[in-house]
Design a protein. Structure first.
Length: 134
């Protein structure tokens, strides 16, 4: 629990950004950046549109994070980045490094902060396509 109201944003466990690129492309790009460029071990879960990454820091600390893609609207996807094991400053640096490297996936002019999204209204791309086939 944050000590002060202003600290609430600095201790949150997830960060989000949006993209108009297909979910498969987003996941493959995140996997490439995390594994090939940053040396993380990645486990891709295609059925959940999720990637789980573990990265060994030079200090010996292990960082883990999860990125999952959700459909907000047709052609608009939300990437939910959650931190797992590891300290907050290291995760903050990792997130910003990854986000910088995948900046071409972001819509032009997108700002650093994505507006709040009601998670009750989003769904994985698979569930959205299943509904459209009905």
């Amino acid at each position: 629990m944050p000590m002060f109201a202003g600290d609430a944003a600095s201790v949150r466990r997830s960060t989000r950004f949006h993209s108009q690129r297909p979910p498969g492309e987003i996941l493959l790009r995140l996997q490439h950046v995390l594994s090939a460029e940053l040396g993380a071990h990645c486990r891709l879960q295609h059925d959940q549109f999720k990637i789980v990454a573990t990265l060994q820091q030079p200090t010996g600390q292990t960082l883990s994070c999860t990125a999952q893609v959700f459909t907000v609207a047709p052609g608009l996807y939300l990437v939910d980045w959650r931190r797992g094991q590891g300290d907050l400053p290291a995760h903050h640096r990792l997130y910003h490094e990854v986000r910088t490297r995948v900046s071409d996936l972001l819509p032009p002019g997108s700002e650093e902060r994505t507006p709040p999204v009601d998670m009750a209204t989003v769904r994985t791309p698979e569930s959205a396509s299943a509904r459209s086939r009905r």
